[in-house]
Write a protein that binds this ligand. Sequence first.
Ligand SMILES: NC(=O)c1ccc[n+]([C@@H]2O[C@H](COP(=O)([O-])OP(=O)(O)OC[C@H]3O[C@@H](n4cnc5c(N)ncnc54)[C@H](OP(=O)(O)O)[C@@H]3O)[C@@H](O)[C@H]2O)c1
Length: 329
Amino acid sequence: MVQAQVWNLAKHFDGFPDDSNFELKVEELPEPRDGEVLLEAVFLSVDPYMRLVSCFSLNEGDVMIGTQVARVIQSNNSAFPVGTHVVASCGWRTHTVCDGKGLTTLMADWPQNVPMSLALGAIGMPGLTALYGIEEVLGLQEGDTLLVNAAAGAVGSVVGQIAKIKGCKVVGSAGSDAKVAFVKELGFDEAFNYKTVGSLEEALRKASPDGYDCYFDNVGGPFTTAALQQMKNFGRIAVCGSISMYNDSTPQTGPYPYLTMIFKQIKMEGFMETRWEHKNPESLKRLMGWINEGKLQGREHITKGFENMPAAFIGVLKGQNIGKAIVSV
Ligand SMILES: NC(=O)c1ccc[n+]([C@@H]2O[C@H](COP(=O)([O-])OP(=O)(O)OC[C@H]3O[C@@H](n4cnc5c(N)ncnc54)[C@H](OP(=O)(O)O)[C@@H]3O)[C@@H](O)[C@H]2O)c1
């Protein structure tokens, strides 16, 4: 009999999450039946979307949502022999019995020197988000100037690197001097700490006096109000996230963007990376190719210990991570 440790949503978030929102439980798991496998979590992802999605997809007492890289440790399903590594959306759990539906086996030729945790980061959902936002939404062209915020994070750091691969000028905004130094090491042309610049408008103008062709928005709120003013005519904006608003109990209001959008004839499109799921196998190979060629770095912020899942998650919302936030079991 295997025991699983499981983090439940003890009570819905109201404002900024804290430890009282989570509860650690132990579950006795049944033996896997025909067609089923037993998974053991190796790496778990903590992501901003968990703050948002839990509000409407979970009831209090449900297991927290999330993906993990897991190893098959018992198998009655020939598609997933013992020892296979999969990406599984089974939530914040150390062990899971499941029938194999929705499991994605890691690329067959995953190189030994590439950490498997990247399947939750640069060669996983955040990397795909960066790629699809750039190619499918922005249609980024060589020579464009691109602005990205939360630039040192899982998505933002990949956005900037892909834009450099495509021959663009890249400006990043991030919340600490260490993050700014990190994105400059990645090859960003300009970067600034949005928490310490006196004026966002001036920082944006100084970084690109001619304005921006493209803006990959992870943050929303007042940052976007300032960025809109610095867009070039016919600028394109990919609305990927709005993390500056996720913990608000009272929704933020205006200033409203309409006049700027009209006069600058800006195109703004929200997206979810799942729209291009059918392209994932080919896209993941491209991301892995860039990693192998040394053109893409998948920096990670690893927290050790399943017991630290809530702390790691809250850390992301506090901006404590550089690169993809991961929990290793
Ligand atoms: N549309 C999609 O399909 C999709 C998929 C994945 C992610 N996303 C979105 O993309 C964004 C980035 O996600 P990620 O996984 O890459 O996370 P991440 O950037 O690795 O971590 C979140 C970062 O957001 C910044 N942040 C936190 N609170 C903030 C606030 N109040 N104001 C401004 N910045 C704040 C922090 O960086 P600083 O220190 O720089 O502030 C923090 O490190 C999120 O908005 C997420 O919801 C969307």
